[in-house]
Design a protein around this ligand. Sequence first.
Ligand SMILES: Nc1ncnc2c1ncn2[C@@H]1O[C@H](COP(=O)(O)OP(=O)(O)O)[C@@H](O)[C@H]1O
Ligand SMILES: [Mg+2]
Length: 352
Amino acid sequence: MSYLAVKDASKQFGGSVRALDGVSFTVERNEFFTLLGPSGCGKTTLLRSIAGFADLTAGSISLAGTGLDSVPSHKRDIGMVFQDYAVFPHLTVAENVAFGLKARKVPAAETAARVAEALATVRLGAMATRLPAALSGGQQQRIGLARAMVIRPKLLLMDEPLSNLDAKLRIDLRDEIRDIQKSIGIAAIYVTHDQEEALAISDRICVMNAGRIEQIGTPQEIYADPRTIFVASFVGTMNVLPREAASHLGMGPDVESGRAHQLAIRPEHIRLDQGDVAPDSIRLAGMVEKYTYLGREAHVLAQTPAGKIVVQLADPSPTLRMETGSPIPLAFRRQDILSFDSSGMRLEGRGN
Ligand SMILES: Nc1ncnc2c1ncn2[C@@H]1O[C@H](COP(=O)(O)OP(=O)(O)O)[C@@H](O)[C@H]1O
Ligand SMILES: [Mg+2]
């Protein structure tokens, strides 16, 4: 039996808005599970339902073998970290972390020991007696994390905890969150709209769109084997081309039979044809519209008979110059083209 099981969860607001529409998934003990999707797709609503801050319109949730339907939020043993730090400004760092233990009437000596341990875990031991206002955004979010963990919850929920931080700090803290989750061995559900963050931090990712689940899989599966056009386009960069492009991409009968509606290929699957590509490669003559050198890689926006295509060149030569308007011969492998039907579902296998 799964540790956390969400079954057919639906949530309707005021009759018309379907924030969740038949959502089912499971999370295992120790797993880092991420809800990824654009703003408004239902991530927060789902997290709040699991925490018990909101009721589902239909469906059920169970945790560690117990149905949660009639369990109030403060008895669910769930820790939650929010986007805005939600710290109490008049309490010290240690008092903020101790808050949930006081509410649970944990004895003072045990509270002190557990607060010290939680602060050490998030590397705030030296800040225990300060007020939150004296701390940076990243440190304030660490208070949030310590406060959620100190109650030793059965499940840790995090709703976009890094989105108010700057880019460098976001990367540092996301790695730290992942390390802490693994070291204490807790089931975690993490919400983000940032696909790179989701790929970096998760054991599995659940991609959501308009209240529904598009796909659940490991980061590798989500990136390399997207089951829908939404997942293919939302995660990473994807060239999406209309079916009319098929004849330029060496596409055969499947397209002609009308099943493929859209075609897609990753920028890194297209390369410069310098006469050294495999004989079965498909060639495409392009014209440079824009060349962007980024050091480790370069991006070319190329105009081709199949449409505009973004090409990612790995390890570009610093002497390589690509002027706008100059020809660029491209090549790719047939099996790297994904095709999707008119409802956005991937057609079976690669190279269909
Ligand atoms: N309290 C509410 N009343 C009415 N509509 C809501 C409420 N909370 C969320 N919604 C709607 O439900 C949908 C999902 O919202 P939310 O779960 O916050 O998405 P996300 O966290 O993915 O951005 C949105 O259309 C949002 O406007
Ligand atoms: Mg949200």
